[in-house]
Design a protein around this ligand. Structure first.
Ligand code: NAP
Length: 316
């Protein structure tokens, strides 16, 4: 069901005024995992082994270890062979060398169908190291320039899972994206920018905001769809929002030991028509989508091998 901008409705019921519908990630994530489980079982029957996902961690920060555990658990739930690749090194230069070598090894390993490198990288280790090394066919989080370029041009490639999850949440809110005014706060290559491209492709008019944006409240107040990916707790409050806006909170922050988003949930839920909670909104969906990206990668690699064999046969 799709409704006009500024009037998202609960599927099968109406949203009482002043009470935003909570867009929980878990039910959608379950649907995706169920579908992925079937694809994993079919792949495993056909190949005699499970598809593989490698999670590369450089620098072992506390959040990246928590995220790693979640991904490996999600892999185990659906039958994917998850592996942890620990990148050593005492200096950024040594870490970059080891990171490049680790990614090249994984590129060459036919049992590994997808590679993700935990972000943020340690200080001094350049994102470019990953961008230059990763095989675009195994780049399930859409960081390689080929995948980023395909997205920019509106073609199909791998898109960053977090941006994909945020877009899915907009779809699930029921708001009509076509013609809507959308504000994306954050312009990072892994969340804000890909999301802005995707919303534009779906015919929203998108304003991208960042740390130098003037009059953020005015821009937010004019939007039917507000996506916040800044990493700043409390950045968006209810009084900034247009009544009935759909609010997608991508932020993950730890405040006094608790995980919170970038949106002040209490005030925002009295104004929005639909809103994602943190935790429990975009996060669970991101993990599930990553698994589905892995299966797409495995299928594309099979297809690429078949095409290569076909070309070999034709030239023989
Ligand atoms: P990032 O690379 O640090 O980018 C943050 C962006 O927010 C930048 O573009 C920055 O502007 C902008 N920004 C910072 N302060 C601002 C302010 N006061 N007003 C407006 N814009 C501001 O972060 P990221 O990797 O995109 O991640 C964003 C958030 O999403 C973080 O909280 C991260 O933990 C979270 N995250 C969540 C998931 C998930 O699954 N839910 C996955 C990944 C990341 P400038 O460009 O001007 O610096």
């Amino acid at each position: 069901m799709t409704v006009a901008p500024g009037a998202a409705q609960e599927v099968g019921g109406s949203t009482p005024p002043g009470h935003a519908r909570r867009l929980e990630g878990a039910p959608f994530a379950r649907e995706i995992r169920d579908r992925v489980s079937e694809e994993v079982a079919a792949y495993t029957r056909e190949h005699g082994h499970a598809p593989g996902l490698a999670v590369v961690v450089c620098g072992r920060s506390a959040p990246s270890m928590v995220y790693l555990e979640r991904i490996l658990k999600a892999c185990a739930q659906v039958g994917i062979e998850g592996s942890f690749v620990d990148v050593p090194g005492d200096t950024p230069e040594a870490q970059e060398r080891e990171l490049t070598a680790a990614i090249h090894r994984l590129n060459d390993d036919s049992r590994v169908n997808g590679i993700i490198v935990q972000m943020p990288l340690p200080e001094g280790v350049r994102l470019r190291t990953v961008v230059d090394a990763i095989d675009p066919l195994k780049d399930i989080d859409g960081i390689h320039p080929l995948n980023a370029g395909l997205l920019r041009l509106g073609y199909e490639g791998f898109i960053p899972a977090t941006a994909h999850a945020a877009l899915e949440m907009v779809h699930r809110s029921g708001v009509a994206i076509q013609g809507a005014d959308a504000v994306v706060i954050g312009r990072s290559p892994v969340v804000g920018m890909p999301l802005a491209f995707m919303l534009t492709k779906e015919d929203a008019s998108v304003t991208v905001c960042h740390s130098k944006t003037r009059d953020l409240a005015d821009k937010v107040g004019a939007a039917d769809i507000v996506v916040v990916a800044a990493g700043k707790p409390g950045l968006v409050t209810g009084d900034m929002l247009r009544a009935g806006a759909v609010v997608i909170d991508v932020g993950i922050n730890v405040v006094e030991g608790k995980i919170v988003g970038d949106v002040d949930f209490e005030s925002a839920e009295t104004v929005a028509s639909a809103i994602t909670p943190v935790p429990g909104g975009v996060g669970p969906l991101t993990n599930a989508l990553l698994l589905s990206h892995l299966m797409r990668a495995a299928q594309r690699q099979d297809q690429a091998r078949l095409e290569q064999a076909g070309r070999g046969g034709a030239s023989a």
